[in-house]
Design a protein around this ligand. Structure first.
Ligand SMILES: Nc1ncnc2c1ncn2[C@@H]1O[C@H](COP(=O)(O)OP(=O)(O)OP(=O)(O)O)[C@@H](O)[C@H]1O
Length: 351
């Protein structure tokens, strides 16, 4: 449905997006995640036709819509957009805002589509309200209904929940996902909030400095990140020094670990082992000891900061029923199904 082939975007002479690839199947929801200024909005604007590409091509429905010096006008692309600030017309009612997206649709079809959308976004009964009399979440649902009204081929969402409070953000993200799935709409959303991205995405991409670092399912990015930047951006983790000791084994301060797959690295190669907080467990029988440096209450669990005897630090998430005080020495064990190792130097043998 959507294919970006090595696109580059530049403002004046400065390239802000480089050799950027992305593919979305029909009905899939993709999310671009990345720090402020990495180029997320520029990618969305290029797909919508508001920015030209300097290199590469954009295909929508297998039709070329952008390539250098050639760009199909935004209104001819069948692309819908939802913005951060909702962008509703304040002088129009909910119904009129939604109808705006329907242009020249005939009367009965228009009425039917509006009724259907109001029901879908759970705003039946709000048709005559003006936006100032709606909550932030309701306003954003109207904006979504307006963008979906003409049944675009693809919907682009630019940080649609960022002006809402965090609790509402997550519940609205799940609601919006259900609505998009119901309508079988292909969508691409940009955000810098990973909880939001996890709640929405079938496919997730992490961007940094104009480049796509990795594109895959949220599960792939979380459990098998391609590099340390993705690993860190997608969830809390620490990297423990390790040394290759065999075809499949490494040794670290937590002992010898059988990785279960060939490492393709020389014996004695240095590496870093990714450890997420839930991959460490307290175990009084374990010979590996660590001291509790700090802990943070997170509701369902504590996030412990631990220091090993060699000084390396790790995070461990444990249920609140386990209640270790600061300073205590505890036994710990690793619970990894598929250990992830990174080379100490990029382009090293484990890359
Ligand atoms: N119209 C413009 N003219 C010049 N530079 C621009 C323009 N728009 C964006 N930029 C620059 O391009 C880079 C990428 O901006 P972009 O808005 O795409 O990033 P972003 O990842 O969406 O950021 P944020 O999360 O803060 O919205 C930034 O360095 C920004 O300053």
């Amino acid at each position: 449905m959507l294919e970006l082939q090595k696109i580059a975007i530049a403002y004046q002479q400065q390239q802000v997006v480089k050799a950027f690839d992305l593919e979305l199947e029909a009905g899939e929801i993709g999310c671009l995640l990345g720090p402020s200024g990495c180029g997320k909005t520029s990618v969305l604007r290029a797909i919508a036709g508001f920015e030209p590409v300097k290199e590469g091509a954009i295909l929508l429905h297998e039709r070329m819509v952008s390539k250098p010096n050639k760009s199909l006008a935004p209104e001819k692309r069948r692309v819908g957009m939802v913005f951060q600030d909702f962008a509703l017309f304040p002088h129009l009612t909910v119904e009129q805002n939604i109808a705006f997206g329907l242009g020249k649709w005939p009367g009965t079809e228009r009425k039917q589509r509006i009724t259907e959308l109001l029901e879908l976004v759970e705003l039946t009964g709000y048709a005559d309200r003006y936006s100032h009399a709606l909550s932030g979440g309701q306003q954003q649902r109207v904006a979504l209904a307006r963008a979906m009204a003409p049944r675009p081929d693809i919907l682009l969402l630019d940080e649609p929940f960022s002006s809402l409070d965090s609790e509402l953000r997550e519940s609205l993200a799940s609601q919006v996902r259900a609505i998009l799935k119901h309508e079988k709409i292909t969508a691409l959303m940009v955000t810098h909030d990973r909880a939001e991205a996890f709640a929405m995405a079938d496919k997730l991409g992490v961007m940094s400095q104009g480049r796509m670092l990795q594109w895959g399912t949220p599960d792939q990015l979380y459990h098998l990140p391609d590099n340390k930047v993705v690993a860190d951006f997608i969830g809390k983790c620490t990297f423990l020094s390790a040394r290759v000791t065999g075809e499949r084994t490494v040794e670290s301060a937590l002992g010898t670990l059988d990785c279960g797959y060939p490492l393709q690295a020389e014996i004695d190669t240095l590496a870093e082992l990714m450890i997420r907080p839930h991959q460490l467990r307290f175990n009084g029988q374990s010979g590996v000891k660590a001291q509790i440096c700090d802990r943070v209450f997170r509701g369902a669990d504590f996030l412990y900061q631990l220091q090993l005897e060699n000084g390396e630090q790790l995070f461990c998430a444990a249920p609140v029923e386990i209640n270790y005080p600061q300073g205590q020495w505890v036994g710990i064990e690793l619970c990894l199904t598929r250990p992830v190792l990174f080379p100490v130097q990029q382009n090293g043998e484990l890359a």
